[in-house]
Design a protein. Structure first.
Length: 395
């Protein structure tokens, strides 16, 4: 009786498959990358096989989705354009369409095939909906990445975190190389760990390249667009070509040195300030002395010894705080010597500095000089006949 049971079930299942189906997928949430399409019966055929796409089935594709038709694990068709579609194929011919006699003959042959597989169709057909929207809020972080900072010429270690987004740009490659024939859905949590590890791995050479360009570590968060560009170039083969996904955005929440590197930078910054300013150095030495005196005064039993120690230190390495606090006067800017010939008075009475008088056009007279000492007579002394410097008569 087992053979009769298998034949009866396969016959009913095939007849159920010939009713027109409606295959639809609701809006995919942000954490679902692939979802299998399910049939919605238009009438009758309650025993329809989910692994058979009936001839004439209607398929609806929403915005932000791509449709993949799979037969026996192989993609035979796909569309990424929203709209309604009708499935037309002779893989599972319908008894309600075409030449009735021929359809019946084919149906008998197909039923025979199903009997061989225990009532299961020889051709496994499935519909998958792929989420093509941008997948947001994927967190990543990295720690102790070596970075050579050009400002201090010092190797430090950086740590940071942020978020990135990606998108499935090649649904066929994603199906064939990532998710495959999933029973219901494929979530981003199944892929995120691998993407995060590869992104972190690529951050090391990228930060090394930016360090070679002389970029200071505190400007790295401002260069997220450049880092995203470099990541796309380095991840193109593994992410896009092999998996069909592409990183879209990258935002850093923080990039900071670790505690040890931060202490080194702080010490170097303080040393730079004191080396460039005598006043700052004097203030630092004075504050240190004041703190030492306060600490000694707070300990009655050791106050005398503390002050004696401060005096010994002062005697061994005398530091004049007042001298350090005194600003070194800057050299005054050299003043341009006055030239008595810069301006002259024309016979018409106009004072000017031009080579020709703009009022009457007369040429500027040559300056009067003493032939003995070279004294240049100012305009107000030009009428004198003797040099006021050496007494030589001047014509």
């Amino acid at each position: 009786m087992g053979l009769i049971k298998a034949f009866t079930d396969s016959a009913l299942g095939y007849i159920g498959d010939m009713w027109a189906d409606y295959i639809y997928c609701d809006a995919l949430p942000g954490d679902v990358l692939v979802s299998r399409g399910r049939k919605r019966r238009s009438g009758g055929g309650d025993r329809a096989n989910e692994n058979v796409i009936t001839e004439g089935s209607r398929v609806a594709v929403n915005a932000g989705q791509a449709l993949i038709v799979v037969e026996n694990g192989r993609v035979i068709d796909f569309t990424a354009e929203p709209g309604g579609y009708e499935y037309l194929s002779t893989t599972e011919p319908s008894m309600f369409r075409g030449d009735l006699g021929a359809s019946l003959d084919a149906a008998v042959e197909r039923i025979k095939e199903r009997v061989k597989f225990g009532g299961i169709p020889a051709n496994d057909q499935r519909v998958y909906f792929v989420n093509t929207k941008e997948i947001l809020d994927n967190r990543f972080g990295f720690g102790r990445v070596p970075y050579r900072d050009s400002e201090f010429n010092l190797s430090i270690y950086l740590q940071g975190f942020g978020v990135y987004s990606f998108r499935v740009t090649d649904p066929m490659a994603f199906y064939e190389n990532v998710c495959g024939n999933v029973a219901e859905s494929y979530n981003k949590t199944e892929l995120n760990a691998q993407l995060k590890a590869e992104l972190q791995n690529e951050m090391l050479p990228i930060l090394g390249e930016l360090s070679g360009r002389g970029l200071h570590y505190d400007r790295l968060p401002l260069e997220s667009a450049e880092i995203l560009k470099l990541l796309k170039e380095r991840l193109s083969r593994k992410w896009h070509d092999e998996r069909g996904v592409e990183i879209m955005t990258l935002t850093f929440g923080s990039i900071l040195p670790d505690d040890e590197s931060f202490d080194k930078i702080r010490d170097l910054q303080e040393s730079r300030v004191y080396s460039e300013s005598r006043a700052m150095l004097g203030a630092r030495v004075g504050a240190a002395s004041a703190n030492a005196m306060e600490s000694a005064a707070e300990n009655p039993s050791g106050a005398v010894n503390g002050f004696v120690g401060m005096g010994m230190a002062r005697g061994s390495a005398p530091i004049d705080v007042a001298e350090l606090m005194r600003d070194v006067p800057s050299e005054p800017a050299p003043q341009k010597p006055e030239n008595p010939q810069d301006s002259w008075t024309c016979v018409c009475g106009m004072v000017n500095t031009m080579s020709f008088c703009p009022n009457c056009g007369r040429k500027r007279p040559e300056p009067k000089k003493c032939p003995s000492c070279g004294f240049v007579f100012p305009p107000e002394l030009a009428g004198m006949k003797f040099c006021p410097n050496c007494g030589t008569k001047v014509e």
